[in-house]
Write a protein that binds this ligand. Sequence first.
Ligand SMILES: Nc1ncnc2c1ncn2[C@@H]1O[C@H](COP(=O)(O)OP(=O)(O)OP(=O)(O)O)[C@@H](O)[C@H]1O
Ligand SMILES: [Mg+2]
Length: 272
Amino acid sequence: MADHGVGISRPKPAPKIETRNVCKIYDTVSGPTTVVDDFSLDVADGEFVCIVGPSGCGKSTYLRMLAGLDTHSSGSIYIRPGDDPTKPLNSVVFQEYAVFPWKTVIENVAFGLQMRGVGKAERLQVADHWLERVGLRKFAHYYPSEISGGMKQRVSIIRALANDPEVLLMDEPLGALDAQTRIVLQAELLRIWQETRKTVVFITHSLDEAILLGDRVVLMAAHPGRLLASFPIDIARPRTVETMNTPQFAELRGAIWSQLSREVTRAMEMQA
Ligand SMILES: Nc1ncnc2c1ncn2[C@@H]1O[C@H](COP(=O)(O)OP(=O)(O)OP(=O)(O)O)[C@@H](O)[C@H]1O
Ligand SMILES: [Mg+2]
């Protein structure tokens, strides 16, 4: 009998990140406080997921738990390793410029590779390649105090990428930049991601940034931090910052904002 493929579904590839029913309870002066509650999120290999939510809803706490920088109180978190066991599972980029002031730009970019025991010639070659990709090659031997905030954050981002981690975790990486530099770095992130297709979890307060960059935007509810909604962003790639001016973008922004604004108001009322 002919097989028309009806009813045959291909098995879904295993997620790169599996977060199951995660809770985080902090001991505070007013007793144990649940800041992340029953949070479940799968991220596919090569997916760019953006998380938005009111201030204090637990976004950074979740990211720190993903990165292994903080423990979870219950539930499970798993990052699926790749074929190369020498690759780090994750690299993190924070809002603050986490660059070493006593190292030059190229030494900063090569730092993760140095930690992994990669030889000097090879790590400088990899770092040089990344500096070239973001137009920072001529600043390779400058110290962080001699370059701008935007450049420092570029250095943090390419240092994480030079590590070639299984997943890239970013907590408001562009949050401290002025509006123009932020747009330039958004465009750069779009371009780099389109070339590397890394699995990314990206936290931002900017809904526009989340929609521009993400394959999916996840909303977190406040007090305690729970998953509120997940919006697929089916805007075609390659995207550019001009994508933000399209009707499809405006429609998505409207739909997500109506839920996010309600949650932000609720969180503010709870704090009042
Ligand atoms: N070490 C800690 N001990 C106790 N409470 C903490 C600790 N770290 C964070 N919290 C609390 O956990 C909650 C979530 O904090 P978190 O920093 O994860 O929020 P966030 O969503 O990243 O906020 P923002 O958008 O402002 O960065 C907050 O209420 C915060 O006060
Ligand atoms: Mg935070």
